[in-house]
Design a protein around this ligand. Sequence first.
Ligand SMILES: [Ca+2]
Length: 454
Amino acid sequence: MHRRHALRSMVLAASSLAMLGGCSPESDLDEADALPLVSQEQGERAYDPGSGWRLAWQDDFTGTSLNSSHWTVLTSNWDPVTTNCNFGTGELEYPRAQNVTVSGGKLILTAQRTDERPMDSRCTGFGPRSFYSGRIHSKGKVERRYGKIVASIKVPSGYGMWPAFWTLGANISNVGWPRSGEIDILEWHSNEPTWMKSATHYFNNGQRSWGTGANRGYSIADGFHTYEVEWTANQMIFRLDGQIQGNVFNHNEPAFQQNHYIILNLALGGNWYGDPPASAIQLPAGQTKTMEVEWVRWYEQGGTTTPTALTNPSFESGMTGWANWSPNGTAAAAFSETHNGGRTGPHHLTHWTNNTPFEVWTYQAKSGLPSGNYRVRAWVRKSGNYDIARLQAKTCGECAPVFTNLGNYGSYTLVETPTISVTGGNLELGFHTRATSGNSANFIHMDDVELIRL
Ligand SMILES: [Ca+2]
């Protein structure tokens, strides 16, 4: 049941390493440099996503109640989405509706100690909880993929406080954790109060975790800061206050090519703190701790995305519109078009090997494109080992490509390249693969290619 236990330890370790390594430009600030609390306050709408980003969804927490078309409030220490007790981490709180309020333009999650011994009947083996607190999620209501997910949040200080702003893959009820994927944008731990701790958790031949952090140089608790992930098809960048950045996470797992939903919660204790007793938590009876959220926003890349017409993008007309480049004539051993299992229509493109080494670049050349920023998208299934497996684009035959390395995807998965700037009107786009060994289990199926102008 403590399925997030190992990963939390890894997050802590990763963040600690980041501190020792001095990765952050702020990490050498000492106590004398600490700024007064008031300067930490961020004004409403102080955040600028930068050019090229369009607001796709937001909640400003106006009015006097939570927007139920955006959020579901948890009212138990049993989570019906992930079907676990105490959220798999041994947290000490019992979420309930009256500890989730909206006022003054903010969401307020309030924690308080209780001796009422609340406990869900499905969690009797875990014993009663010692605190009430607030926890909301957007599952089934706000689920999106990619973009910038940002919030302005004030986390409470004190030993045992575990506020979090994070996501889970929307398919978690079907595939479970960690196959669903998890993006921890902000977690806060009182032992390292200057740090925004960020992490990802996913499955790739077992449970994998990756962690980073961004260091403000003074405690980020008790003041508003913006916490952000910039998530594309192949990369995540985590930022504190729009500027302080941890390491970059490169990925191509299916977990991060699908919709995620948002979770905001204020946990207490649990395994990230080494499972302390309730008596150790710095929240006396009769007092409260609050996690406050001014706004949450989800930005999309691009102003309006404009599809550009391609010839035969779904391979329903053979190889019309597509060319193959291959060194040493190896493409014949590698390239085929099959009639089985197209994502749309009966046909798709296949690159595969039957133990014969090959390399092939199947591409469509476009000319006369309006100058601008473009991305290529396609749906891919893939299995086996390749030396090169890329969806890529380049502005001339000898130009350096932008590309996304393809992961292994059991079902058709939408992938996209990084942005490429086109100024001369020309673009070559498609799939570049190379394999030196393998068998019939080595295949890539590709279908429904799109060229998008941002
Ligand atoms: Ca097709």
